[in-house]
Design a protein. Sequence first.
Length: 107
Amino acid sequence: MSTLTTFLVFTAAAIGTYLIRISGIVIFGRERYIPPRVEKALHLVGPAAMAAIVANSLLLDEGAWRGFGAWHLAALVAVGVALWRRSSGVTMAAGAVAFAALLLSGL
């Protein structure tokens, strides 16, 4: 794939993502009623997406089951920090630092 084709694909994806995001503002920007169940479901989309990404990273490696190692230990560190500090930024930083330290230690 040429550099220009790659650039065009990324540009089209960026424009498409932007249009999807702006569509919610255009549709719901006015004073419209959103049922409480729909609003609750929308609040859960972000955490559900993050959980799916984390579960995929922890359990699978290129479609095969991942053996126990640095990924899992770093996740345990992140869970501990999340329960302790209740801050997503600190949790992600602690997990990343733990993962890097475990990889550097040879695990």
